[in-house]
Design a protein around this ligand. Structure first.
Ligand SMILES: Cc1cc2nc3c(=O)[nH]c(=O)nc-3n(C[C@H](O)[C@H](O)[C@H](O)COP(=O)(O)OP(=O)(O)OC[C@H]3O[C@@H](n4cnc5c(N)ncnc54)[C@H](O)[C@@H]3O)c2cc1C
Length: 426
């Protein structure tokens, strides 16, 4: 049966635009639908993109991609209300450590690449439903309009309604998401360079654990842009509710911690946003395909957060490329059935999207351990507090300080078990 388009891509985030670009480049008739005013207008993230998948999609991307800074310095800060302990790593060869970018610029840039390659983009169009008959998806519905295609690619983000309508996932539960909030804080470039110890177009990434989330599961981040900082928090949705934590007070308290205030002092908040983060993990993935439909990026739960790296955009782009690859084979065989589209998983494994999620499949469970966000940050800060506290009493050996700090807080057995579990999960 003739269709209006070869492929309809729903959502012009990184997953959707990567799929649309790959397909349009190979001559297919592609329609992209985005509910936002323009690509990037509704998209929120922390601030860093790992470039390997973008480099596969557009090898010459560095010619014009809107980069803020290349991340050359990575830090982790364990925090209590009154102290902090920070480790830092700097690299002179940070090619694969990612770059910071604004999604409003990056998503627009990537969607424009798809348009230049021949894809059609309509913005401010919300896709409401799928055209489904006999368990076969043959297009989308938006208001009174129906548009048909050989394949629908659902790249509609973390709260994907299309994956649900296609029967690929169950209803969301309060435990399905973490909550992300973010501010962009304007500061002069030279002040950012001085405070973060970077120069030229190099930048820093900082992850903070403990006090920023009031010791419940989650963490805070700061990324440097050219003349602004992206600062925010990601926190477990159910913990917010059960601990009755106010998001606004959380971010304010974080910003007023002396070690954070030193970094952001006199900055001007120019943007505030919030978004849901899918609770991802190999065992939590929805089904990724059905007759006539593939799901990409956050809509498919393709996100990897292991505490020291937060990967969503790179996996979204890889999944868009894999979806396009799957379309090409299905189109050659003129067969968009469940069994042909199951090849999508092979392509996701080939690009290490599913392999990495599988490799880190124990991580989500490990990261649920509340001690990681409470006892350990406090323990680390307490040890260093005592290490440098010379009060005229008999000075203690390090092992005495460690023993004293752990006493009553955490048992040796718990400590050993957490270390073993961490070694297995990370
Ligand atoms: C606080 C926070 C920090 C993060 N930090 C990072 C980070 O530093 N690095 C990183 O790589 N990842 C990070 N992520 C994850 C990253 O944002 C996502 O993984 C990434 O945006 C996924 O891309 P996507 O294209 O799948 O979805 P999205 O970027 O969410 O795009 C989905 C698009 O679909 C559109 N859409 C939705 N429904 C419809 C509909 N019905 N009709 C039409 N259009 C629709 C939306 O408007 C949107 O443009 C972070 C996320 C959050 C919330």
């Amino acid at each position: 049966m003739p269709t209006d388009y070869d492929v309809i891509v729903v959502g012009a985030g990184p997953a959707g635009s990567a799929a649309a670009y790959s397909l349009a480049k190979t001559g297919h008739h592609v329609l992209m639908l985005e509910r936002g005013k323009e690509p990037g207008s509704k998209n929120v993230y922390g601030g860093r993109i790992y470039p390997y998948s973008l480099s596969e999609l557009i090898p010459e991307f560095l010619d014009d991609v809107p980069i803020q800074r290349h991340v050359s310095k990575e830090s982790i800060m364990f925090m209590t209300e009154k102290s902090s302990f920070q480790t830092s790593f700097s690299s002179n060869n940070p090619t694969n450590h990612g770059f910071t970018a604004f999604r409003s610029e990056f998503d627009k840039w990537l969607a424009n690449k798809a348009i230049e390659a021949g894809a059609e983009l309509f913005t401010e169009i919300k896709v409401d439903d799928l055209i489904i008959a006999d368990n076969v998806v043959s297009g989308i519905k938006s208001g009174d309009d129906e548009i048909t295609s050989k394949l629908v690619i659902a790249a509609d983000g973390a709260t994907s309604i299309l994956a649900k309508q296609a029967g690929l996932r169950n209803d969301f539960s309060p435990d399905s998401f973490s909550v992300g909030i973010k501010e962009v804080i304007e500061l002069p470039e030279h002040i950012i360079n001085d405070r973060f110890g970077v120069r030229d177009n190099n930048g820093a990434a900082l992850v903070c654990v403990g006090y920023p989330t009031k010791y419940v599961r989650g963490g805070a981040f700061i990324y440097t842009n050219k003349s602004s900082l992206s600062l925010g928090l990601v926190i477990e949705g159910i913990d917010l509710v059960s601990h009755q934590i106010q998001v606004a007070s959380l971010i304010n308290d974080f910003k007023n911690h002396p070690d954070i205030l030193n970094l952001i002092d006199n900055g001007n908040v120019i943007e505030y946003s919030a978004h849901l983060v899918p609770k991802a993990g190999y065992s939590m993935l929805p089904k990724l395909y059905n007759n006539g439909i593939l799901v990409c990026g956050d809509a498919a739960g393709l996100l990897l957060n292991n505490g020291y790296t937060f990967r969503g955009v790179d996996l979204a782009i890889s999944s868009g490329i894999a979806a396009a690859e799957t379309f090409n084979i299905a189109n050659k065989n003129n067969n968009f059935s469940n069994s042909t589209l199951s090849m999508y998983e092979n392509f996701l494994f080939k690009r290490n999207v599913l392999s990495d999620l599988k490799k880190f499949q124990k991580t989500p469970k490990y990261m649920k351990n509340p001690r990681l966000y409470s006892e350990y940050p406090k323990l680390i800060c307490n040890i260093f507090e005592n290490l440098y506290n010379i009060d005229g009493n008999q000075q203690k050996l390090i092992r005495e300080i460690v023993r004293q700090s752990t006493k009553g807080n955490i048992s040796s057995l718990q400590l050993i078990l957490d270390l073993i579990r961490g070694a297995n999960a990370l």
